[in-house]
Design a protein around this ligand. Structure first.
Ligand code: GLU
Ligand code: ZN
Length: 310
C-alpha cells in the first residue's frame, strides 16, 4: 500500500535496530510554559510505563506554534525532567525541525486526493453547529488564505484505552474533516503529533485526559496513512495548562526543582501507586527506581467524566 516516503518503515528512526515488540513511549510537551504538577504527572506516567516494560522513552518538544511559545521554556522543561530523574533515551526531537516530513505527508495526501483547502471562517463553522461539515470538499479552492483539511473518511469513534477502558468519543468530532495546516500557515497539532509518533515509531502513548477526544481522529489518521496506531492510555489531570491556580486549589505542590522529592511522591500518590512513607527521605533516583519496579498502570484512578476537546 502507498505511504508517504518519509514514513516508509525504512526511514523510521531505529526501526531496523530494534526487536519488533520493543516498547517505545514518549512525552511531548509544548513549550508554551514551564512544567507544572499536571505535566509532571503525565511525564512520570509515560516514563514509568515505558521503563517498567524495559522500553525506550523519548522526549519530543512540540514547538510548532511560535506565537504561543514562551522564551526559554524548552530548555527549562528538559532541565526539570532531568532533575526529576526522567532521563530520555535518544536525542530530543523538535517539531520545528520536522517541516520536510510534514510537507512530504501533505504532498502525499494531496496526491491521493485525501485533503483539500478550506476557506471557511470560525464564525461560519460556528453557525452550522461548531463542527465542520465538509463545506469546501468539492469546491477546489486554491491555497489562498485557506486551511488544509483531511478527508476523514474512516472515522474511528470508540477505542480501548489502556487506563480508561472502553472510550466512546463524540461522533461528530471524530468524523470531522479536521485541520492539518492552519490558515496562518502553521502546522496543526493533529498533523504533527500523528506524523511524529509514526516517525519516531512510538508504540505507546500515555498522556493527559484532555487529549482523549482527539484520539479518535488521530486513530483515523493512522488508518489513512496505512500505519498501525500506537496504544493509548490517558491519565487523569489534576490541573490544566493554565491551571497553575487550579493546582493551588487542589493543594497540589507547585514544581520546585530545588526540592523535587515531595512533588515526585505526590505525583506517584496521584497516580495511585501508593509510595511507602519511607521513600520520603530517599533520593530522586531511589524514588524513581522504586516507582519503575512497582509501577502498576491498573492502579491509576479513572477519570470521573470526559473532558471536552479543546
Ligand atoms: N503537546 C501536547 C500538549 O502539551 C501533548 C501532545 C500529546 O501528548 O499527544 O498538550
Ligand atoms: Zn470550508
Amino acid at each position: 500500500m502507498a505511504l508517504p516516503s518519509s514514513l516508509l518503515p525504512t526511514k523510521i528512526q531505529n526501526e531496523s535496530q530494534r526487536p519488533p515488540s520493543m516498547y517505545r513511549g514518549r512525552f511531548a510537551p509544548s513549550p508554551s510554559g514551564l512544567l507544572h504538577f499536571g505535566s509532571l504527572i503525565t511525564a512520570l506516567a509515560s516514563f514509568l510505563d515505558a521503563k517498567h516494560q524495559q522500553g525506550i522513552w523519548l522526549v519530543r518538544l512540540e514547538d510548532i506554534d511560535p506565537p504561543r511559545e514562551q522564551a526559554g521554556a524548552s530548555s527549562a522543561i528538559l532541565k526539570t525532567l532531568e532533575t526529576f530523574g526522567l532521563h530520555w533515551d535518544e536525542s530530543v526531537l523538535y517539531q520545528s525541525e520536522q517541516s520536510p516530513v510534514y510537507e512530504d505527508v501533505l504532498a502525499y495526501l494531496t496526491e491521493q486526493n485525501l485533503s483539500y483547502y478550506c476557506q471557511c471562517t470560525r464564525a461560519e463553522i460556528k453557525a452550522v453547529g461548531g463542527t465542520y461539515q465538509g463545506h469546501c470538499r468539492d469546491l477546489h479552492h486554491r491555497n489562498n488564505n485557506c486551511a488544509t483539511r483531511l478527508i476523514n473518511g474512516t472515522a474511528t469513534v470508540n477505542y480501548s484505552d489502556l487506563i480508561q477502558g472502553q472510550v466512546y468519543c463524540d461522533q461528530d468530532l471524530a468524523q470531522e474533516d479536521f485541520t492539518l495546516v492552519r490558515k496562518d500557515g502553521l502546522y496543526a497539532y493533529q498533523l504533527a503529533v500523528v506524523v511524529d509518533d509514526i516517525f519516531q515509531n512510538i508504540t505507546h502513548v500515555i498522556r493527559g485526559c484532555d487529549l482523549i477526544q482527539p484520539t479518535a481522529r488521530q486513530m483515523s489518521f493512522y488508518q489513512i496513512l496505512n500505519r498501525p496506531s500506537p496504544q493509548f492510555g490517558h491519565v487523569p489531570l489534576a490541573v490544566t495548562e493554565e491551571g497553575y491556580k487550579l493546582s493551588k486549589q487542589n493543594n497540589a505542590p507547585v514544581i520546585d526543582i530545588k526540592n523535587p522529592q515531595p512533588a515526585l511522591i505526590a505525583a506517584l500518590q496521584f497516580l495511585g501507586q501508593q509510595p511507602p512513607s519511607l521513600l520520603t527521605n530517599c533520593s530522586v533516583s531511589e524514588i524513581i527506581n522504586w516507582a519503575i519496579k512497582n509501577w502498576s498502570i491498573d492502579k491509576i484512578p479513572k477519570m470521573q467524566e470526559i473532558i471536552p476537546c479543546h
